[in-house]
Design a protein around this ligand. Structure first.
Ligand code: ZN
Length: 591
């Protein structure tokens, strides 16, 4: 790794061939910059996970457009075929070299940060020399397949009190194919960015006047949300969940009982304190409300498993730097439930949960996912809630549940929460990125904290086990995920607008109106496009809006009582009767 690093640990990276190549690409970048902008001062330039960067203090600010020129210079230097040579020096010699090449103050600071006794080295290629531990490739000609990507501001040593430097990001690979594949994925990720699509498709916006991290769903975004909610609600009612409604604020003492306050105070909003001393707080989770519902009447073993569910809105404070579109927000709604059960019911209930998750994923067309089981560290049992019998029962039940369903899973010891093991479902989106969407968390603690009981078969009171589970997770995050996964082209059942009806001329308006009306009565979300624009314009517009179906209405359709159908996914389907079209929609929705 480089001395290139203010804090050695922070910029530590593996010595792999790819990291060497990228580190050398960073040097090549620095050399090109110095040839083009001779008075530039160099900061640090490490390889990173997807490429490399270098921080510069330019005499004059540069622009995004200048990157092409710098990249061209890099290619020219690479072709010079310069050997990359390591030179070890004493600390005094190093200081002289740095002063001689005018790389003060940053490189001198980096030199001073090298601990006594460590070797000090430079890497030299042609006229370029840089304080660096290496390692590097042997010759600049080996750096062939690279690209400069973007510019950003970065404080020297990551400290806002220091000068803001200019960071140039790039990437490098061993082959042109790998480089192109990476650039393609980057482009796809940009194209699918849910914040960009959210604007373009009129789904949501975030306004500083309302507040950071507080998304506002527009009618189309709210439609997607409502359809998702209705879907999961129906599935859960069928699966025996009892849906409740509880307030989004609560007495602070509720979270003292649960133990979250003051320990999780940083992610909670400050309490509202009233004159009589009462303290209320926006809830950071739904669990305690549900525990009190459990407790609101005596429970017997015959009542279990008891499944209390809610589409519950919670409030968590996230730092503004961590907020991101719908993915990281300050207020969100969880498809939440708490299942109260007897220890011997764990296996069956976990399977019941997995089946619901599978149903949900099937409906959402998520096919690439795997299960991660987080277990106790067997060599460090004192870290966890002290109930050895319960841990053994629960962990065995979880494994059996997965084994019986013949599911592939990875069990990770030492990853469990201190109050119980859990099962996560990791979903890969179409770009291969992994998202933890659903969680099934066992809890041996809260029943004690809230003194929850059921009357056992033996006539004695027992503590129930609690499962916290959420197949959708947060609706906000799920929507962000789905927008990116589908690239805005929602499946028919979830599409905010399902059919756009487009009359060719004004004289077709009445018939188009009838068609819209009938589709609407058949339960579809339809819009009659009354705008005075050309047919071509309207078709292009609804294509960019990714509407699943367009019905074009002209003379022939009107006279024959037909509709001409254009499908987003399969193109022109020709004419058909409205009944046939509705039949097709119903089939597709039910699929
Ligand atoms: Zn919970």
């Amino acid at each position: 790794m480089g001395y290139n690093s203010p804090s050695m640990a922070k910029y530590d990276y593996p010595d792999s061939p790819l990291y060497r190549l990228r580190h050398s690409a960073a040097h090549l970048l620095a050399q090109a910059v110095l040839e083009l902008y001779p008075n530039t001062k160099l900061g640090i330039g490490p390889p990173i996970e997807n490429g490399f960067y270098y921080d510069f203090d330019f005499p004059e600010p540069i622009k995004e457009e200048d990157l092409a020129r710098i990249e061209e210079k890099m290619r020219e230097i690479a072709q010079r075929g310069l050997d990359i040579v390591r030179i070890e020096t004493s600390r005094d010699e190093a200081r002289q070299i740095i002063e001689q090449i005018g790389q003060v103050p940053y490189k001198l600071e980096l030199l001073d940060a090298i601990p006594e006794g460590e070797p000090i080295s430079f890497y030299k290629q042609g006229d370029f020399i840089d304080l660096c531990r290496g390692p590097h490739v042997e010759n600049t000609r080996q750096i062939q397949h690279f690209k400069l990507l973007s510019l950003a501001g970065a404080y020297w040593r990551g400290d806002a009190r220091n000068k803001m430097l200019t960071r140039i990001y790039g990437t490098a690979f061993f082959t042109q194919e790998e480089l192109e594949e990476y650039l393609h994925r980057l482009e796809e990720a940009r194209r699918r960015d849910h914040r960009k699509l959210g604007r373009e498709l009129g789904l949501f916006f975030i306004s500083p006047e309302v507040g950071s991290g507080l998304p506002m769903l527009l009618p189309k975004g709210a439609t997607i949300r409502r359809v998702l909610e209705e879907f999961i609600l129906q599935e859960e009612l069928k699966a025996g969940y009892l849906h409740v409604r509880t307030p989004e604020i609560a007495n602070l003492n509720l979270y003292r009982t649960s133990g979250h306050y003051p320990y999780y105070k940083d992610s909670m909003y400050p309490p509202m304190v009233f004159e009589d001393g009462e303290e209320l707080i926006l809830r950071p989770m739904n669990c305690p409300h549900h525990f009190l519902i459990y407790k609101s009447e005596p429970r017997s073993y015959r009542d279990l498993p008891l499944r209390i569910a809610e589409l519950g809105t919670v409030y968590r404070y996230e730092k503004s730097g961590e907020l991101s579109g719908l993915i990281r927000v300050r207020c969100f709604t969880i498809n939440d439930a708490h299942v109260f059960l007897r220890p011997e019911q764990i296996k069956a209930e976990v399977q019941h949960n997995i089946e619901l998750i599978q149903k949900v994923y099937k409906r959402l067309k998520l096919t690439d996912f795997w299960y991660r089981l987080s277990l106790r560290d067997p060599n460090n049992k004192e870290k966890y809630i002290d109930d050895d019998q319960m841990w053994q029962t629960a962990e065995a039940a979880l494994r059996e549940a997965l084994d019986e369903l013949k599911l592939d899973y990875v069990a990770v010891e030492g990853e469990a929460a201190f109050y119980g093991p859990k099962l996560d479902v990791e979903v890969r989106d179409c770009l291969g990125r992994e998202w933890t969407i659903s969680t099934v968390q066992l809890d041996f603690l809260m029943a004690h904290r809230f003194d929850l009981e059921y009357m056992g078969e033996d006539g004695k009171p027992h503590r129930p086990v609690i499962i916290h589970r959420a197949p959708i997770g947060s609706f906000e995050r799920m929507m962000g995920f789905l927008i990116e996964h589908y690239a805005g082209a929602f499946p028919l059942w979830l599409a905010p607008l399902q059919v756009a009806v487009i009359p060719i001329a004004d004289r077709h308006m009445d018939y188009a109106q009838q068609v819209s009306q009938q589709l609407s009565e058949a339960g579809f979300r339809v819009e009659l496009d009354r705008r005075r624009e050309t047919l071509g314009y309207k078709i292009r517009y609804h294509q960019t809006q990714k509407v699943p179906y367009m019905l074009i209405i002209g003379d022939k359709e009107q006279e024959g009582g037909l509709v001409a159908v254009r499908s987003r996914d399969s193109g022109d389907l020709g004419q058909m009767t409205l009944e046939a079209f509705i039949g097709r929609l119903n089939e597709e929705v039910a699929e």
